[in-house]
Design a protein around this ligand. Structure first.
Ligand code: FE2
Length: 264
């Protein structure tokens, strides 16, 4: 029998919760550690769609990248969307576990996975966590493209492998790019780090006008893989890890969610 506690031990070995940012809310958010786990649903978001899907499929545990209760809450009522979600989870005896910034920074976590997914070589951590013994963890990755591509060629490749509907970019389409920095989700806080490290292009999501203008003036290209597009691959990453560790647990991967931001 696998309990929630056993699951948590595996997750903590893969993406230690102590790697998470102070503002984050990772780990077990709803649940009883002694509960037996037979079926898991993995998703990017603990959305109502995902929770309803978990109920329908009689799932014991939902594992997501984004957490609930990121801000302090004082009451759990149906007056708030978050309250509705928490009540629904508890009523249906479904646990919720989130691996967020700890998973971003983990040695084999989401940023490393994206770097490998798009075929970077000589991958290093963009913003290593200061630790003289272990420099492999940290936010973002930087590496080389084996073949020099133009910005447009790289953009089309990213669009295809991440199945993006749309890809906004900053820079000259014909510019040759070799050194690539990336941060999954909203990573523009690391733009200067990418510039200092000599990246030709920075891949992230949630690009804003002023960041775009700054990047253009600083001479670094940006590919906006979107927040959803750069992070939804968390499902296959965690699916692979959990399937390997728990042969007898049924693992469902969310395929119903999509980017809420649409293009005409
Ligand atoms: Fe995110």
């Amino acid at each position: 029998m696998v309990t929630l506690k056993d699951f948590m031990a595996v997750m903590d070995a893969f993406a230690p919760t102590n790697l998470a940012e102070d503002w984050d809310n990772c780990g077990l958010l709803v649940g009883d550690e002694t509960k037996e786990i037979k079926k898991i649903l993995i998703a990017l978001e603990p959305s109502m769609l995902v929770i309803d899907d978990a109920i329908q499929n009689r799932v014991d545990l939902i594992v997501t990248h984004h957490p609930l209760m990121l801000n302090k809450i004082n009451r759990i009522t149906t007056k708030s969307l978050e309250g509705q979600k928490i009540m629904k989870l508890i009523k249906n005896d479904i646990s919720l576990y989130a691996a967020h910034t700890n998973l971003d920074k983990a040695p084999l976590g989401l940023n490393q996975y994206l770097a490998e997914f798009i075929g970077l070589k000589n991958i290093e951590v963009l913003s290593p966590i200061p630790n003289e013994f272990n420099k492999v963890a940290g936010l973002g990755r930087i590496g080389d493209l084996e073949l020099g591509l133009s910005l447009e060629e790289l953009g089309r490749k990213i669009k295809s492998v991440l199945k993006l509907e749309n890809l906004q970019f900053v820079g000259e389409k014909n510019k040759k790019v070799k050194k690539v920095a990336l941060v999954t989700g909203s990573g523009l806080s690391e733009l200067n780090k990418a510039i200092v490290e000599g990246a030709d292009v920075f891949i992230t999501g949630d690009l804003k006008y002023h960041n775009a203008l700054y990047a253009k003036e600083m001479g670094i290209a940006i590919l906006d893989a979107t927040h959803f597009g750069s992070e939804n691959i968390v499902i296959t990453l965690l699916g692979n890890v959990l399937k390997q560790q728990f042969e007898h647990i049924e693992i469902l991967l969310d395929t119903k969610s999509n980017n809420p931001i649409k293009n005409l």
